[in-house]
Design a protein around this ligand. Structure first.
Ligand SMILES: [Zn+2]
Length: 158
């Protein structure tokens, strides 16, 4: 009985304390002692990721390049991507494994001025953590070569 009384007393004290804190908050009293949360901005690759919703993850990838020529695409060199996009002048996009859905956003350092591009194509050899970047000429694709890069991938929030 004594113990139960004690517990009840503590509970009442806690309730009163809670009421005082809630009351102060309602009255607009600042209980944070003037602490202001620091805002941080990300400016990786000159692109402000903070302006976008959704989360980005960084994945080390083997990044190759291709163009629409028969050498690069074989009998798929019809100028249409795997997601049925008709390639137009100035297009920038990547082929990626099907685990990265079409239109998934990527930032590949050194491609498209390190601005976001989208997954729009597939490739027979592009599996797992491999990317194939589209270029408009075979020479440009050859010049890219093979690079191992930290690619930023925007997680699908759908
Ligand atoms: Zn080519």
């Amino acid at each position: 009985m004594k113990i139960i009384m004690k517990k009840n007393c503590i509970l009442i004290v806690l309730l009163i304390t809670a009421n005082i804190i809630v009351g102060l908050s309602v009255l607009g009293v600042d209980l944070s002692h003037g602490k202001v949360p620091l805002l941080s901005t990300t400016t990786d690759y000159n692109y402000n990721l903070a302006n976008n919703d959704g989360q980005w993850q960084t994945v080390r990838m083997r990044v190759t390049a291709y163009c629409g020529c028969p050498k690069c695409c074989g009998h798929f060199s019809d100028g249409i991507t795997a997601n049925n996009h008709k390639i137009e002048h100035g297009d920038v996009f990547a082929a990626a494994d099907k685990k990265y859905a079409f239109m998934t956003e990527l930032i590949v350092p050194g491609y498209n001025n390190s601005q976001p591009i989208k997954v729009m194509d597939r490739g027979g050899a592009i599996k797992g953590e491999k990317l194939d970047l589209f270029f408009h000429t075979h020479e440009q694709a050859l010049a890219w070569g093979v690079q191992y890069l930290d690619v930023k991938i925007r997680k699908n929030t759908n």
